[in-house]
Design a protein around this ligand. Structure first.
Ligand SMILES: Nc1ncnc2c1ncn2[C@@H]1O[C@H](COP(=O)(O)OP(=O)(O)OP(=O)(O)O)[C@@H](O)[C@H]1O
Length: 386
């Protein structure tokens, strides 16, 4: 979808900001460009919407060489979100968001309806925030308006340059989650610049780690963290990359422990006998529809039904959530285990994750990468030398 072919940018003063860059961002893919200040990320991005022209090489968008396109026409196909959002201060939030559809010749009413939909999509209530002016919003809210405005012309491509850089870490994390959810719905082709490796890991389908003017490694977050291609990348992603892996390793059904399961309406005596027989100290409790209710300790089971003794357990996660989320939910609920349910609204109970299982899952993912690296080394070794 976006393809860089041997792109170099040399500024008039002789600085080579980007040096012979070749890579591709697939349709619907989000690639984060990450690296230290001055390594050429912004230059790379601005060449895509022709705010900067390359010195050599070419960039293709949907197969077309962008040098042959009218820049204004090109920019209509590309949403652009930057840190200093650049909203019009004298226009309301709704008017700001509706600007581009209006410029494209849309009717006022249709443009405003579309703008309201977009504000809703980025988590702002048009009825509450639509008529405010930018200086009546928080920094995080302004960023959301920036994203809504970039989406207004429904461009297939989004360029985002440190869009969440100016907000505090808590708001930033929330904006990231919301943006991820949004991207799952709209599936734009996105180039996202950040100098924050955590953000790059969290958002990117793939990460491009920049050295000076060059990409040192372009791969999935798990591979960049697990098998850094060079010592530069290893240094950049940091010594705590094992911890960062938690945020990119999903919970898989095989990671789960299967404790005994009882139903709310089961007779307590029978449940107690069963748990004794299995040597189990507790069981997960499901309701009549098979949905998670909570848990019950074997020693508390007396008369009546399981429901008379069961305790509620609200901490759960869907299959596919990350180990970091699991760890965080465990800490938040001070729980020794958390239930894992089918995602996608199914909510069927799949098993539980314990700290021991979490550790095993982390090991599994590290070992898998170690095998990949070993395999790559064997392949390298088998290349004949002359
Ligand atoms: N107009 C210019 N003239 C000369 N050199 C420039 C110009 N713009 C950028 N540079 C240089 O090109 C290099 C890459 O700059 P660029 O803005 O792409 O980096 P970056 O990775 O986006 O940095 P940051 O994270 O600080 O924004 C830097 O050394 C910068 O000083």
């Amino acid at each position: 979808m976006i393809r860089f072919e041997h792109v170099t940018k040399r500024y008039p003063d002789g600085t080579t900001a980007v040096d012979d860059l070749s890579f591709e961002v697939a349709e619907g893919e989000l690639v984060t460009l990450v690296g230290p200040s001055g390594c050429g990320k912004t230059t790379t991005m601005k060449m895509v919407n022709r705010l900067i022209e390359p010195s050599e090489g070419r960039i293709l968008l949907g197969g077309e060489d962008i040098a042959t396109l009218d820049p204004v026409e090109l920019r209509r196909r590309i949403g652009y979100v930057i840190q200093q959002v650049g909203l019009f201060p004298h226009k309301t939030v709704l008017e700001n968001t509706a600007t581009v559809p209006r410029l494209l010749g849309g009717q006022r009413r249709a443009a405003r309806e579309r703008a309201a939909e977009l504000l809703d999509l980025v988590g702002l209530d048009p009825a509450v925030h639509g008529d405010r002016y930018p200086d009546q919003l928080s920094g995080g809210q302004r960023q959301r308006v920036g994203v809504a405005r970039a989406l207004a012309a429904d461009p297939p491509v989004l360029l985002m340059d440190e869009p969440f850089g100016a907000v505090d870490p808590v708001v930033r994390e929330r904006l990231q989650s919301e943006f991820l959810r949004l991207q799952q719905r709209v599936r734009k082709t996105v180039l996202f610049v950040t100098h924050d490796i955590e953000e790059a890991v969290r958002l990117g389908d793939r990460i491009a780690v920049y050295g000076s003017g060059r990409i040192e490694q372009l791969d999935t977050p798990a591979t960049v963290l697990g098998a850094p291609a060079t010592s530069y990348v290893a240094d950049f992603v940091g010594a705590d990359r094992g911890l960062k892996r938690l945020s990119v390793t999903p919970i898989e059904p095989d990671d789960l422990e299967q404790p005994p399961v009882v139903r709310l309406d089961d007779p307590a005596g029978a449940a107690a006998a069963r748990l004794r027989g299995e040597g189990a100290r507790w069981a997960v409790v499901l309701d009549a529809d098979g949905l998670l209710h909570g848990w019950v300790a074997a020693e508390t089971l007396g008369d009546g039904a399981v429901r008379d003794h069961a305790r509620r357990m609200d901490a759960w996660l869907p299959v596919g959530a990350t180990l970091k989320q699991a760890f965080s939910v465990m800490l938040q609920h001070d729980a020794g285990w958390i239930a894992v349910l089918d995602g996608a609204g199914g909510n069927r109970f799949r098993g539980v994750l314990t700290p021991a299982r979490l550790h095993a899952a982390l090991r599994r993912s590290i070992d898998a990468d170690a095998r990949d690296v070993a395999r790559a080394e064997v392949e390298l070794d088998s290349v004949p030398t002359v």
